[in-house]
Design a protein around this ligand. Structure first.
Ligand SMILES: [Zn+2]
Length: 183
C-alpha cells in the first residue's frame, strides 16, 4: 500500500480537471473511487461550488456490515436493509456546522455486494453520493463525520475537500471525527 503515491496521483488528476466547474466535481468523484480497498478505511470527497456541496464516499462492505457477500435471510438481511436506510439519511453520514444551514437535497446509495455482486477477489464496496444546498455557504467551516456511529468496524475516514478556498485533506479516526473546511 502506498498512500502517499496514490494521493499525489489523485491531486494531480483533480488539478488537471479544475479548469471547468463540472470537471472539478467529476475529478473528485473519480478520486474517491480510485483509493485502495482497505478494510476499516472509508474514502470521502467533498466538493463545494457556490451554494452546493457534494459528498461522495466509498467504504468496503466489510467495514459497514462485517462481510462482503449477499446477506443471509433473517438477521443479516434486516441489518443490511437498516444500514442502507440509515445511509440514505445524509445526517447519519455527515453533519455540517449549523451556521452554514446546509440541507440535503439528494442521496443515493449503491451496494452491489448485497445483491451478491462481489468483485474479482471477493471484495466489494458500498458507495454513496449526497448533494446539499447551503443557505449560508460562507459560514461553512467544519463537519463531523457521523458515519462512524453506523459501524464499529470503521477505524479511519480519509477526507478530501475542494472548494473556493482550495484543497485540503484530513484523516479522521473514531476519537477525532471533525474536519475543518478552508484551512
Ligand atoms: Zn474487502
Amino acid at each position: 500500500m502506498h498512500p502517499s503515491l496514490s494521493t499525489a496521483h489523485l491531486l494531480n488528476r483533480t488539478a488537471r480537471q479544475a479548469g471547468a466547474c463540472l470537471g472539478l466535481v467529476a475529478g473528485l468523484y473519480a478520486s474517491a473511487w480510485a483509493g485502495p480497498h482497505e478494510h476499516g478505511v472509508v474514502h470521502m470527497t467533498v466538493a463545494i461550488e457556490g451554494t452546493i456541496v457534494q459528498l461522495a464516499l466509498r467504504a468496503p462492505q466489510e467495514s459497514l456490515l462485517g462481510y462482503e457477500r449477499a446477506p443471509r435471510e433473517g438477521t443479516e438481511k434486516q441489518q443490511a436493509d437498516k444500514l442502507i436506510e440509515q445511509m440514505r439519511v445524509a445526517e447519519s453520514v455527515i453533519e455540517w456546522n449549523a451556521q452554514a444551514q446546509c440541507k440535503a437535497t439528494s442521496a443515493s446509495v449503491n451496494a452491489p455486494g448485497l445483491q451478491g455482486k462481489a468483485q474479482a477477489g471477493g471484495h466489494v464496496d458500498i458507495e454513496a453520493q449526497y448533494r446539499f444546498e447551503c443557505g449560508q455557504v460562507a459560514q461553512l467551516r467544519s463537519a463531523k463525520v457521523s458515519l462512524f456511529e453506523l459501524s464499529r468496524r470503521i477505524s479511519r475516514v480519509q477526507v478530501q475537500v475542494a472548494g473556493p478556498q482550495g484543497q485540503s485533506q484530513s484523516t479522521l479516526r473514531r476519537n477525532r471525527r471533525e474536519f475543518q473546511i478552508g484551512k
